[in-house]
Design a protein around this ligand. Structure first.
Ligand code: SF4
Ligand code: SF4
Length: 304
């Protein structure tokens, strides 16, 4: 199955250097509790329903061939189990309360889209960032490789935003084309990683060492979440890992947690577990930046 794309963000300045077009792939093997793009997790198309915009006009009830909608007591009831994400109701909803997350594109269409802003990439040192979801864990890596090969042939810089949770062969395939991997480190402790992210991080750590040894460009990105990994001890663990394994880090980005994506969970009829997660203060973020600098890292930034 070709990957689905759930967003193409133009003029992005938080996903690597310069002005970039960020292409978001749908599907991820991880389930980070703080994920601000929950619509990125499933590999399938999904209905996102913004109930606060719904006026219960009933149009979608008439348009749905699968009887997934009903108006009861003046309120819309939506049965997600009946929805095939066919999209037939979307254009009829005048309040734009509905959207389908996930769209098919060909490689040629994505390259064409990316090329529209090539002049801005050239002027700013930007390019294209492939993000997700987890682009390195797509079922069809031929698609991803072809996209990278064609963007590279056009002289467009490619960054890949990754959790590292994918077979190393997938990274090897893309190495000739990718300028920088924006590589997430969440927790170094295997047990804590299992607790908060739901998977063993052995492969993530091994892949980072292999990429570094292969001479890949690496920016380390640490999402800093109060109550999860924001303690100096947790950050020191990351510092120790990077130093002990001689990871060739070009840049460190400490990304403070925010809960902007919270409302999207409701749109997918999912709960958001935020009780244990806190937004770290500016002062705390600066102190973690200093911690990195004290240990010899110089290109350290708070934010993307
Ligand atoms: S068409 Fe839109 S506004 Fe009307 S009931 Fe359906 S979701 Fe609500
Ligand atoms: S996307 Fe299709 S199946 Fe789902 S509610 Fe709309 S019309 Fe029905």
């Amino acid at each position: 199955m070709d990957p689905l794309i759930f967003n193409i963000q133009k003029f992005s300045t938080h996903d690597g250097d310069g002005v970039r077009t960020t292409i978001f792939f749908k599907g991820c093997p991880l389930r980070c509790k703080w994920c601000h793009n929950p619509e990125s997790q499933s590999y399938q198309k999904e209905m996102v329903l913004y109930r606060h915009k719904c006026t219960a006009c009933g149009t979608c009830v008439k348009k749905c061939p699968n009887h997934a909608n009903a108006i009861v007591d003046g309120q819309l009831l939506f049965d997600r189990s009946k929805c095939t994400a066919c999209g037939a109701c979307i254009d009829w909803c005048i309040t734009e309360a509905r959207e389908i997350a996930g769209k098919e594109y060909t490689v040629a269409e994505l390259v064409k889209e990316a090329k529209k802003d090539q002049i801005f990439y050239d002027q700013s040192g930007g390019g294209v960032t492939l993000s997700g979801g987890e682009v390195m864990a797509m079922q069809n890596m031929d698609f991803v490789e072809e996209l990278c090969r064609k963007l590279h042939a056009e002289g467009i810089s490619i960054y890949i935003d990754t959790s590292g949770f994918a077979p190393y062969e997938n990274f090897e395939r893309l190495l000739p084309y990718v300028d920088v991997f924006l590589y997430d480190i969440k927790r170094i402790s295997r047990e804590e990683h299992l607790k908060y992210i739901g998977v063993d991080n052995t492969m993530i750590k091994e892949n980072l060492v292999k990429l570094s040894d292969a001479g890949a460009g690496i920016y380390i990105r640490i999402p800093v979440i109060g109550g999860v990994n924001s303690s100096p001890a947790s950050i020191l663990n990351a510092i120790r890992f990077l130093k002990e394994n001689h990871i060739n880090v070009r840049q460190i980005n400490l990304l403070p947690y925010h809960d902007i994506g919270k409302n999207k969970y409701a749109g997918l009829d999912r709960g958001y577990e935020d009780s244990s997660m806190m937004v770290p203060s500016k002062e705390h973020m600066e102190s973690l930046k200093e911690l990195f600098e004290e240990h010899g890292f110089h290109n350290v930034h708070v934010g993307g």
